[in-house]
Design a protein around this ligand. Structure first.
Ligand SMILES: *Cc1c(COP(=O)(O)O)cnc(C)c1O
Length: 380
């Protein structure tokens, strides 16, 4: 390692990276607890009437779940296995929503056995399954809403037509279930507040229609989607601006007695993550610097594929920048992180890191493709 990389200048994050590398080999996924707390408090401050159910699929690490538990969060799980992760840490089943509209019979039975009674659905066959295997469950209908401008589309696969929502809720009641409310998901990393406004208006109409038909609904679940900044140039305070609008729309459209919940994933955990990698090889091809890192697409940069995410790659080096290709360690050309990074000259051992990579990264990493293990996760 060049001494210049370990000089005491640079930002707090860079100093943390230097300290960490003195004790641990890379790749390392640092999850900073103070950032988890900060994001949780930001959410509570700007959406004070909404109970956050952390969507653990974003990052199911037990220390992350424990941190949110300590802060008082509820949890959104999508499978019996996620349910067990949360329950085994001592979370009360009353604080869990089983928010997958398509559940296997085994998973519905597991929910019943472990007293997780609140779940979402978006179709009639699912209601028959729930009524048979978790009789009396409390159900929330998920409706299809606009996902325009969100980075990850979620309405292509899920959500009932809003026109069918009341019919489905009445059907639930007829089957002996307890119809409790409406949910939606505007798409992940949603920067278009119109999606929320539209979804809230459609939901309010369903609440009204249900009431007219003698069903009184009590829960509105506004899902996830709350955006974070991935790169330094991204706009500041976009969450705050959107949250103010959501907050005022909720009071305009809904009765005060309605219980509001949300399922934030990325927002709570994304900014806490810093991925630290090092260059393991370099070459000059096609008139370009090529750097090979000890982490790639199959592991902690998997969000590039599954989350459609563009991370900002940073180094501890300063100086003139050159167009560079950055690739992962596996023997696969697909394992290319970027074809067009402006990076200073790097050597074997140089650090390349990415911030805001705590969500949908380690969670979707392949355990050991080609023999390369994902980054060690350090919750600090
Ligand atoms: C993935 C998911 C979430 C979390 O979404 P974010 O965009 O990360 O906030 C919430 N609810 C459901 C049902 C999901 O599938």
């Amino acid at each position: 390692m060049k001494r210049s990389e370990f000089s005491p200048n640079g930002s707090a994050v860079e100093n943390l990276i230097r300290q960490t590398l003195k004790k641990h080999p890379s790749p390392i996924m640092l999850i900073r607890k103070n950032m988890l707390e900060k994001q949780y408090r930001r959410f509570r401050a700007f959406l004070p009437n909404i109970t956050p159910y952390y969507a653990i699929k974003a990052n199911p690490h037990p220390e992350v779940v424990k941190t949110f538990q300590r802060l008082g969060a509820h949890f959104d799980v999508a499978s019996a296995s996620e349910m067990n992760t949360v329950l085994n840490l001592g979370v009360s089943p009353q604080k869990i929503i089983f928010a997958n509209t398509i559940k296997s019979i085994e998973d519905i039975q597991a929910a019943r056995k472990r007293h997780v009674t609140l779940m979402t659905f978006d179709n009639e066959p699912e209601l028959y399954k729930i009524a048979k295997h978790a009789p009396g469950a409390r159900v929330i209908v998920r409706i299809k809403v606009e996902n325009a401008g969100s980075i990850v589309e979620l309405s292509l696969k899920f959500g009932a037509d809003p026109e069918h929502a009341v019919f489905l809720l009445r059907k639930a009641k007829a089957l002996g279930l307890s119809p409790e409310g409406v949910s939606f998901h505007v798409g992940s990393q949603c920067v278009n507040v119109e999606n929320y406004i539209h979804a809230l208006e459609v939901s309010a109409a369903i609440f009204k229609e249900a009431k007219e038909e003698g069903l009184s609904l009590s829960i509105l679940d506004i899902g996830g989607g709350f955006p974070i900044r991935h790169a330094d140039q991204d706009k500041h305070a976009i969450f705050e601006t959107m949250a103010r609008t959501i907050h005022s729309e909720l009071s305009r459209l809904f009765d005060k007695k309605i219980k509001f919940i949300a399922e934030p994933g990325r927002f709570l955990v994304g900014p806490a993550g810093v991925l630290i990698t090092q260059v393991i090889g370099r070459t000059f091809r096609n008139n370009k610097n090529y750097y090979y890192l000890n982490d790639g697409i199959y592991a902690d940069f998997s969000g590039i594929v599954f989350d459609h995410c563009k991370y900002e790659l940073k180094t501890l080096r300063r100086g003139q920048r050159f167009l560079s290709t950055v690739a992962g360690p596996t023997c696969d050309s697909f394992d290319t992180i970027s074809l067009s990074e402006e990076l200073p000259e790097l050597d074997v051992g140089s650090v390349v890191y990415a911030k805001n990579i705590g969500a949908y990264s380690s969670a979707s990493a392949v355990p050991g493709f080609n023999g390369f293990a994902p980054a060690k996760i350090l919750v600090v």
